[in-house]
Design a protein around this ligand. Structure first.
Ligand code: TYD
Length: 208
């Protein structure tokens, strides 16, 4: 298999799952293998995204549909301004959260309907689907324990909300196994990283 230059890799999971650690381990491994890498996150990877992030995560109450539209606006701008250009320039793009977060949090968590939110998200990102989505899976109780006393507006929701989100991520992975990898968020970070590297090997990206 020829070595791919540009892949779009996303990490998803509940709050406190340890995604950010994995994002950085993978970025370091790809750079060590001399890939050009862009690391970004949603919401918040652009100036507009950071404003939206403040509104939805740290502001007052936001109506459920308005919340879904704000997350979609962040993605539309982010994909157009940052993710697609980086992929077109031949870079690896690693994104902390993407459309599945919205389908899980707004669609399943807020009960807006997964299908409707999925359509809204796909319109926003003009159908850009990741090459690989890694779900870092932890239970709502473990997520709450790891977050301790600091919660943003969404993290402060009760365990049933987080259980619905987890169920949605796992259902997506079960439906599209060729595009998803589920890793146990309770495993040591190095083990999770090795599982991610092994999976990228099947896509022609060989990391040590
Ligand atoms: P963040 O601080 O980035 O959390 P984490 O470090 O766990 O990724 O906060 C992002 C929050 O926004 C998180 O609770 C998930 C939520 N979210 C949505 O509800 N919809 C979305 O489309 C996205 C991208 C995130």
């Amino acid at each position: 298999m020829t070595r791919p230059s540009a892949l779009f890799i996303v990490f998803e999971g509940g709050d406190g799952a340890g995604k950010s650690t994995q994002v950085h381990l993978l970025a370091d491994a790809l750079r060590a293998a001399e890939y050009a890498v862009t690391v970004t996150r949603q919401p918040g990877g652009t100036a507009l995204g950071r404003s939206i992030r403040d509104l939805v995560l740290h502001g007052d109450h936001v109506s459920a549909r308005a919340e879904a539209l704000l997350f979609a606006a962040d993605k539309a701008h982010h994909v157009d301004q940052l993710i697609r250009p980086a992929l077109q320039a031949g870079e690896m793009v690693i994104c902390d959260r993407y459309t599945d977060s919205s389908v899980a949090y707004q669609g399943a968590g807020r009960a807006l309907g997964a299908d409707e939110v999925q359509s809204l998200q796909m319109w926003a990102v003009a159908d850009l689907v990741p090459d690989l989505t890694v779900i870092v899976d932890i239970s709502p109780a473990e997520g709450r324990r790891r977050r301790g006393d600091t919660h943003d507006r969404l993290e402060a929701e009760e365990d049933a909300f987080h259980a619905a989100i987890r169920a949605h991520f796992l259902a997506m992975a079960a439906a599209y196994p060729q595009r998803y990898l589920v890793v146990d968020g309770m495993a040591p970070a190095e083990h999770i990283h090795e599982a991610v590297c092994a999976r990228l090997g099947t896509l022609g990206v060989h990391l040590t």
